[in-house]
Design a protein around this ligand. Structure first.
Ligand SMILES: O=P(O)(O)OC[C@H]1O[C@](O)(CO)[C@@H](O)[C@@H]1O
Length: 556
């Protein structure tokens, strides 16, 4: 593997970046009036418009040269065929296998892994059907009405995002809830109104060692046993475990029949396609979940088989590389124009920043270029009333992804409501297109009444690059395509940057020292020299507050 800056075509790329540095998007559009035709790509349910990016034909050529030189086609093949692409952990990253149809095969270490994947899907289906048909009974004999997913990071964000995005496809019962926060606040809120007799918990953790989830699961177990007694029966009737570590699930008390397993070669943030997707299947039914897998698989095929210049994930990724390494734009906003995609930004924050927030190459050398941008987002229409001020007039350049479904509300029964909601959808699309246009062109190109003499605080300079992604409609199938698109985008960028997108060593040390810190808090060792003065001060402050509160409890 070679660092991006050591590739033979890097100087050409830098030259191109130098040339484009002062070029305004307004001029690009004037010079190339049919830019949309030249810069949009379409596959199945997705349309990717790159015409509002600060790129010209030479830019695309320079990027593609880098991609070929970085051996991107070979890397894609290595990903799909189960090579150990996760080098620091010496294992493959086979989330794509999770969506392969049952009549295909994929050998890893001499074994076809596809049958086991489909056996797990079948197991999932039988659990989903048992719960949804009311045959799964709690210890008091009542059917399950509510399922609570206890998980964090990849064991929460993907299912949470998908359940919210696909809520139009929900087939109740049961209601599905998500609890992730370590401090217990989400769980306490839920437990206040849930009925223990009819509540089922999914203990969802790849490692089954994550402190946040273990703490929430323990609180849930105690709540159940307080109300329902019999610990043994509770474990049988009120918990399902999802993990890559069956031994740990058994040790925690979850019976084998209620364990759904997946594999070490599925990264946490790539795991919603595995049994981690159980909440999605409970929410939209197993047929819907299989649609999600089918959409992702179709995108996988496109990614694997399509020439680089027509390949949606490749071109989306190269556009990112251009913004970061060519134009030095290191902020990236994700702006869905559809309330159902509320949790997409949070999901992509983990997918992109946990994958590519790295500064060492695959050969463990330092990189001398920027990698993953700071990525954040919010529903576009709401963000218009919050942080778009910075997009339009701040000092930072930001690369934006505008995401929206082209069609919506077609199946609303009442004609009057359909008409009104269709209008709201049209308004939303209009805002989406208006914002990206203004960001691109600035105000003077759009409004002839804007005078050069206007005060500077009123001016919109434009030249902010953006990508627009349109889905035909938001369905399980199209969502599968959208998510696979971003997963592969991340992989392509990692390949160019020569970093490993499948490990996350940067999160380990924090977990380790939190354990020692908690021990010190319990033992009140807050003045020990092992802690720096800042941490000692904060610990002392909290302990004093607690002591004061204990004293006032005793006095009252
Ligand atoms: O599924 P687990 O093992 O509980 O991990 C949850 C999350 O924690 C992380 O390991 C980060 O701490 C993520 O990569 C992962 O998605």
């Amino acid at each position: 593997m070679t660092r991006l800056s050591a590739l033979a075509h890097w100087p050409q790329f830098e030259q191109e970046a130098h040339h484009m540095h002062d070029v305004h998007l307004r001029d690009l559009h004037q010079q190339e009036p049919n830019r949309f035709d030249q810069w949009h790509l379409q596959f199945d349910q997705l349309l990717l418009d790159l015409s509002k990016q600060r790129m010209r034909a030479e830019t695309r050529k320079a990027l593609l040269q880098l991609a070929r030189e970085a051996k991107l086609p070979e890397a894609i093949e290595a990903l799909f065929t189960g090579q150990p692409v996760n080098r620091s952990e010496q294992r493959p990253a086979l989330h794509t296998a999770l969506r392969q149809p049952s009549d295909t095969s994929l050998e890893v270490d001499g074994e076809d892994i596809i049958p086991a994947i489909h056996q797990t899907l079948d197991h999932m289906e039988s659990l989903v059907n048992t719960v949804r048909s009311g045959q799964w009974r709690g210890v008091t004999g009542h059917p399950i009405t509510d399922v609570v997913n206890l998980g964090v990071g990849g064991s929460d964000l993907g299912p949470l995002m998908a359940c919210h995005a696909l809520r139009d496809f929900a087939v109740q019962p049961p209601r599905v809830h998500f609890v992730s926060t370590m401090d217990g606040s989400q769980l306490v809120d839920r437990l206040a109104w849930l009925n223990p007799s009819t509540t089922l918990f999914i203990f969802s953790s790849k490692s089954f060692t994550t402190a946040d989830t273990l703490a929430n699961a323990e609180t849930a177990r105690r709540w159940l046993s307080q109300h329902l007694g019999d610990e043994g029966l509770i474990m049988k009737r009120h918990f399902i475990g999802v993990s890559a570590s069956p031994d740990k699930m058994t040790a925690w008390g979850i019976p084998e029949a209620h364990q759904l397993c997946f594999w070490e070669w599925v990264g946490g943030r790539y795991s919603l396609w595995s049994a981690i997707g159980l909440p999605i299947a409970l929410k939209i039914g197993m047929a819907g979940f299989r649609e999600l897998l089918a959409g992702a698989h179709a995108l996988d095929q496109h990614f694997r088989q399509t020439p680089l210049e027509e390949n949606l994930p490749v071109m989306l990724a190269l556009t990112g590389v251009w913004n970061i390494n060519g134009l030095n734009i290191n902020a990236h906003a994700v702006l869905p124009y559809d309330g159902r995609m509320k949790y997409l930004p949070a999901y992509l924050e983990q997918l992109e920043m946990e994958s590519n927030g790295k500064c060492t190459t695959q050969d463990d050398e330092g990189v001398d270029y920027d990698t993953c941008p700071v990525l954040w987002g919010e529903l576009g229409p709401n963000a218009q009333h919050a942080f778009y001020q910075l997009l339009h007039q701040g000092t930072q350049a930001v690369n934006c992804d505008f995401i929206a479904p082209a069609r919506r509300y077609e199946d609303v029964k009442s004609p009057d409501q359909r008409q009104q909601l269709t209008r709201q959808h049209r308004m939303t699309l209009a805002n989406c297109f208006a914002q990206s246009r203004l960001l691109m062109l600035g105000d003077s190109a759009l409004d002839p009444t804007v005078l050069d003499s206007a005060p500077r605080y009123r001016l919109y300079r434009g030249n902010q690059p953006s990508t627009t992604l349109l889905l035909e409609q938001l369905t399980p199938y199209s969502l599968g395509q959208l998510l696979a698109l971003y997963e592969h985008k991340v992989f392509v960028q990692a390949t160019l940057w020569d970093i490993n997108p499948f490990d996350q060593w940067g999160v380990e040390m924090g977990k380790k020292i939190a354990i020692a810190t908690e021990e010190a808090l319990v033992e009140q060792r807050h003045t020990m020299a092992e802690f720096d003065s800042s941490t000692q001060g904060l610990m002392s402050h909290c302990l004093h507050q607690q002591e004061a509160s204990n004293r006032s409890d005793l006095e009252s």
